[in-house]
Design a protein around this ligand. Structure first.
Ligand code: MEV
Length: 367
């Protein structure tokens, strides 16, 4: 059984979406693949996990996986009662196979089974890992979809969204669910909550705007903090000072709505779109998720006639001694995108001219 999923780029709405504001997210044409095959070992409960990102090969078994996922769920429930950076670090732990074990354990729970058959799981990724490209959502979705389909219970979209969100909670604490939604649906989606406490409502958009071909994605390097840590730090700031942050979050929501109108409408007005990106980026800076070196890079893009914003969680600070400023993916817009090719200060950063609006997750059953 093989499942693959695209990565994601948040066009606009990150962070504010955690507080009920809308977001616009595109699936990007770099994919992550999970392949499941029967295990080579003879033991009835062996599970072999293979992935460069897991440090090579990890051998475990179903009792360990189910116990791991149950303990992670308990730690997460405790964390939601007293959210704080230390509690979050405990939820995530430091097991490189954390996300895969949680996804398999949640799948077994969904099936109401105490374990599963012996298997080998291989992960391959074209996506940069842990850098705002949605790799953890893609891992969660592909592992869940491949395993459940292999067990004869291909999940509905709604079940897959719920299971992916549950899995992502052990990775990111209290995520909004937009990453999983983008990876599952593909294309470009609008995510909005109908009201406080309501689940995200996802609307696939059929956009043909010329703006979409003017975006480029650069990788500014893996952030020193995980998405969960950045989201937890923002939560701490917002809760400590509603007076400062509530109007910022409101404006971020209004900017996202105006951005959607620009992309959905007939007019092609790069200046208006650029204004909205600058406004949103300024608010991300006010939330404290754009380290100084990344702000400087964005100012240089602006001086060269473009605009840029972080896409994803960003970072609280650049990695110490790192060769890149480390805020994950950077979305750059330039009315004449070929002009970005000649900017020497962008040269150190891997650059993805990938199509926005790629196909969502896919399961292929070997014939
Ligand atoms: C991460 O890709 C996007 C954030 O808004 C977190 C979330 O929505 O869960 C920063």
């Amino acid at each position: 059984m093989v499942a693959s999923a695209p990565g994601k780029a948040i066009l606009i709405g990150e962070h504010a979406v955690v507080y009920g504001q809308p977001a616009l997210i595109a699936a990007v044409g770099l994919r992550l693949t999970t392949r499941l095959t029967p295990a080579s070992e003879d033991s009835s409960s062996t599970v072999e996990l293979h992935a460069r990102e897991l440090g090579g090969r990890v051998t475990t078994d179903w009792p360990e996986i189910v116990d791991y996922a149950t303990q992670a769920r308990r730690r997460w429930e405790h964390y939601t009662r007293t959210p704080g950076a230390a509690g979050f670090a405990e939820v995530r732990g430091d097991d490189p196979a954390h996300l895969v074990k949680v996804a398999l354990g949640e799948a077994a729970r969904f099936l109401d089974e105490p374990g599963g058959p012996p298997l080998q799981l291989h992960l391959y990724s074209d996506l940069p890992i842990g850098a705002g490209f949605g790799s953890s959502a893609a891992v969660a979705v592909t592992v869940l979809a491949a395993y459940l389909t292999a067990r004869g219970r291909r999940p509905s979209t709604r079940d897959l969204e719920a299971l992916a969100l549950e899995t992502e909670r052990r990775q990111h604490g209290m995520p909004s669910g937009v990453d999983g939604a983008a990876v599952i649906h593909g294309g470009v989606v609008w995510a909005e909550r109908e009201g406080p406490g309501e689940p995200l409502s996802i609307t696939p958009l059929d956009l043909t705007s010329p703006h979409l071909s003017r975006f480029r994605i650069f990788d500014t390097g893996t952030p020193a903090q995980t998405t969960g840590e950045v989201v937890a730090a923002v939560r701490g700031r917002v809760e400590a000072d509603h007076g400062t942050f509530d109007p910022i979050l409101e404006r971020m929501g209004a900017t996202a709505r105006a951005f959607r109108r620009e992309l959905a409408g007939d007019r092609d007005d790069p200046e208006s779109l650029m204004d909205l990106i600058r406004t949103y980026q300024a608010d991300l800076e006010a939330l404290g998720v754009v380290p100084p070196a990344v702000r400087e890079l964005i100012r240089r893009v602006e001086a060269a006639g473009g605009v840029a914003k972080i896409s994803g969680a960003g970072a609280l600070a650049s990695p110490e001694g790192g060769d890149r400023p480390g805020a994950g993916s950077l979305l750059v817009y330039q009315p004449e995108p070929h002009r970005l090719d000649d900017l020497p200060f962008l040269e150190p950063f891997p650059h993805y001219a990938v199509p926005l609006g790629a196909q969502g997750y896919r399961v292929e059953t070997p014939s």
